[in-house]
Design a protein around this ligand. Structure first.
Ligand code: F6P
Length: 341
């Protein structure tokens, strides 16, 4: 069999672990040939690829990023790919394509599968917002980085009697904010799923100061919004990939709180540091298992599906099911912590 693999969309820790696992299983168990397309779907469209043998993936398990490079695909180019799907199979002689990516990548994978490409998807995203899988790799690493950052910010906040507003990633789903906020004991967590009122945050901080706790850490997801009319914060325009350009809720909220409280409030934007560096052991294991199962599915001819974690098992689910809606934080998970505002 000849297997093509690519990584697309925003990178995340664990991508190299999947690539390595695909190569190991395909080469050692089946004697397959594996090729890696460069820079996501762009490499597939432009015919940029290289052979991945055991030596090519040696030493990459713990390395962050992706050795293949990644990019987001513009809609026009996706249409072009779908129209040329059968040509691409012949051109590269591939029997299976394994795209590793988030919602956008898996939606493209589904379209390519519908157009006739033999696709087995592997879900990834630090946001953990893909339906049909309990977890995506990268998420555990992002939560660990954000938790450690808030642990550190707490001590300096306390020394200076400050409010720290820590902005973490999460466009539409607040899983990173929820779990890192819980793990770090943040005093407030603001999620995209529930608009917050800054007046409630002011009250929380004032109550803490009144009982002698003269600092606070507020964890806010980048996609969180205030209740309309409670604070000056607009919606951003939509970019060419269909994503809202955020206006910087962490900075806006810190300024708002400083103004209302008359106390120092500092924004800390964790940004891409959450996506960089070595994956945690959990993410390495999940990524490795996904890669192994993707190769097995390809050999069974189970196309149009993706690997998913259910409980502790890896199962194959239809791509169509995985991309219909995003997995957002449900109300009962918010209710489990009094910190969600
Ligand atoms: O989807 C993963 C993610 O890290 C989001 O949390 C974040 O909003 C986005 O990617 C950032 O994308 P970019 O790397 O293009 O700035």
């Amino acid at each position: 069999m000849r297997i093509g693999v690519l990584t697309a969309g925003g990178d995340c820790p664990g991508l190299n672990a999947v690539i390595r696992s695909v190569v190991h299983r395909a080469v050692t168990a089946y004697g397959d040939e594996v090729i890696g397309f460069e820079d996501g779907y762009a490499g597939l469209l432009d015919g940029r690829y290289r052979t991945l043998d055991l030596n090519a993936v040696s030493g990459i398990l713990a390395r962050g990023g992706t050795i293949l490079g990644s990019s987001r695909l513009e809609r026009d180019r996706l249409r072009e790919a779908c129209e040329n799907a059968s040509d691409m199979i012949h051109r590269f002689g591939i029997d299976a394509l394994i795209p590793i990516g988030g919602e956008g990548t898996l939606t493209a994978a589904r379209m390519l599968s519908d157009a006739g490409l033999p696709v087995v998807g592997v879900p990834k995203t630090i946001d953990n917002d893909i339906s049909s899988t309990d977890r995506t790799f990268g998420f555990d690493t992002a939560v660990t980085v954000a938790t450690e950052a808030m642990d550190r910010l707490k001590t300096t906040a306390e020394s200076h009697q400050r409010v720290m507003v820590v902005e973490v990633m999460g466009r539409h789903a607040g899983w990173i904010a929820l779990e890192s906020g819980m793990a770090a004991g943040a005093h407030a967590i603001c999620l995209p799923e529930r608009p917050f009122d800054p007046a409630d945050l002011v009250k929380m901080v004032e109550e803490r100061f009144a009982r002698g706790k003269k600092f606070a850490v507020i964890c806010v997801a980048e996609g969180a919004h205030p209740v309309e009319g409670t604070m000056d914060y607009g919606k951003g325009e939509i970019d060419k990939f269909g994503h809202e350009r955020f206006q910087g809720i962490g900075t806006a909220l810190a300024h708002e709180l400083e103004k209302r409280l008359g106390k120092e409030a500092k924004p800390v934007i964790l940004g891409h540091v959450q996506r960089g560096g070595t994956p945690t052991a959990y993410d390495r294991v999940l990524a490795t298992r996904f890669g192994w199962h993707a190769v097995e599915a390809a050999h069974r001819g189970e196309f149009g599906r993706m690997t998913a974690l259910r409980g502790t098992d890896i199962v194959m689910v239809p791509l169509a099911e995985a991309v219909t809606e995003l997995k957002r934080v449900p109300k009962d998970r918010m209710d489990e912590t009094e910190s969600v505002f």
